[in-house]
Write a protein that binds this ligand. Structure first.
Ligand code: TYM
Length: 352
């Protein structure tokens, strides 16, 4: 795991970690290897941890209410099954903590339209018919900035695809601090992006990101897949006929082979070089069963635990609601301060 070197840590803000995942579809191997496993390992270090299921982000695309609710519990179950301990981390869903939306509005007035127009994820998600995209999808990044800065979080573990959103978050923080003459009010949060597996690709097409929204279930390994499904998807993964090479450079023009080696390395917690030292010269007929064995060993337990949690939705709801109470205790004073900075008075408790 590398912490971005270009960003000096703001010393005046205590280390606080925030990250989130959208409840849209099933979580997959990319979400786990690119982000979730770090959420878990960061529990060992210093600093408060806040992990969110970002249901307000999910509705930037049309969702059935029942489906969002089920997917929110699914993501929460994945967090818990992967090892997030609600006693050591705050685990909750975004819509229960209204300060996220409240701060997002303020950030909509700080961020510039030109910044939004550069966001590649909006272009990807809106597709050809941009006029028909929701306004929420357009301002998605300011809500993300609000998620992070409502806690004055300093570190954000994410996959590579979120890097641009993190840069925008830093731009929003910088402009707010400058515009309102409040130096160092918000920290400039640092992304924590894994060195390996920052971008896991589809099992069907090594040039496309593994994604929850890919219509082909064979493009991804879902965290909820059982051992048979995992093994079958790896067996069917697209590859080329050549054996594995000796060096990482030789994987450059072989995106599918590169992706499977990266997945193996990430699961085995090693580097691609080490995987090639073991498998160079062997074909996929030999490599895939080894990868399947490793993946089943690692994810079999997580998927069984997810099923156990999902069988008790009331318990998940209880955990999310207790987490939301703790989250609100952190965000309410920050929003009070933001209102002060803006010349507003927040809530009815104090006279104008
Ligand atoms: P989301 O829900 O798309 O993905 C959750 C996390 O998984 C990572 N990820 C991947 N990593 C490697 N390879 C892949 N193929 C892959 N696909 C997804 C993502 O980078 C992410 O870390 N906008 C965010 C959610 C969000 C958020 C936040 C994150 C909202 N507010 C505040 C951090 C902080 C998103 O859509 O992630």
């Amino acid at each position: 795991m590398t912490e971005s070197p270009q960003t000096p840590k703001a010393p005046s803000h205590p280390r606080r970690i925030f990250s989130g995942m959208q409840p849209t579809g099933s979580l997959h191997l990319g979400n786990y290897l690119g982000a979730l496993r770090y959420f878990v390992s960061l529990q060992e270090g210093e600093g408060e941890r806040i992990y969110c299921v970002v249901d307000l982000h999910a509705i930037t695309m049309r969702q059935e209410p029942g489906a969002v609710r089920a997917a929110t519990r699914h993501v929460a179950a994945a967090y818990l099954a992967a090892g997030i301990d609600p006693a050591r981390s705050i685990l909750f869903n975004q819509s229960q903590v209204s300060e996220h939306a409240e701060l997002a509005w303020i950030f909509n007035c700080v961020a510039r339209i030109g910044w939004m127009n550069r966001m590649t994820q909006f272009k990807d998600k809106a597709g050809k018919d941009r006029e028909a995209a929701s306004v929420g999808l357009y301002v998605y990044p300011t809500l993300m900035a609000a998620d992070i800065l409502a806690y004055k979080a300093t570190h954000v573990p994410v996959g590579e695809d979120q890097k641009q959103h993190l840069e925008l978050t830093r731009d929003v923080a910088t402009k707010f601090n400058l515009d309102f003459n409040a130096p160092d009010f918000f920290p400039l949060p640092e992304p924590i992006i894994p060195a390996e597996a920052a971008r896991i690709m589809s099992l069907r097409d090594g040039k496309k990101k593994m994604s929850k929204s890919d219509p082909s279930d064979y493009s991804r390994i879902n965290l909820a897949d059982d051992a048979d499904a995992i093994a079958q998807k790896i067996r069917k993964a697209t590859t080329d006929p050549a054996p594995l090479p000796e060096t990482v450079e030789e994987l450059k023009d072989r995106p599918e082979a590169d992706n499977l080696v990266a997945i193996y390395a990430a699961i085995a917690e090693t580097e691609k070089e080490a995987v090639l030292r073991e498998f160079a010269g062997q074909g996929f007929g030999a490599f895939k069963p080894k990868l399947a064995e490793l993946a089943v060993e690692r994810f079999g337990k997580i998927s069984a635990e997810m099923r156990r949690y999902e069988a008790d939705p009331a318990e998940i709801d209880r955990i999310l609601s207790a987490g939301a109470d703790r989250a609100r205790a952190l965000t309410a004073p920050v929003l009070d301060q933001v209102y002060d900075v803006l010349g507003f008075v927040r809530g009815r408790a104090r006279p104008f």
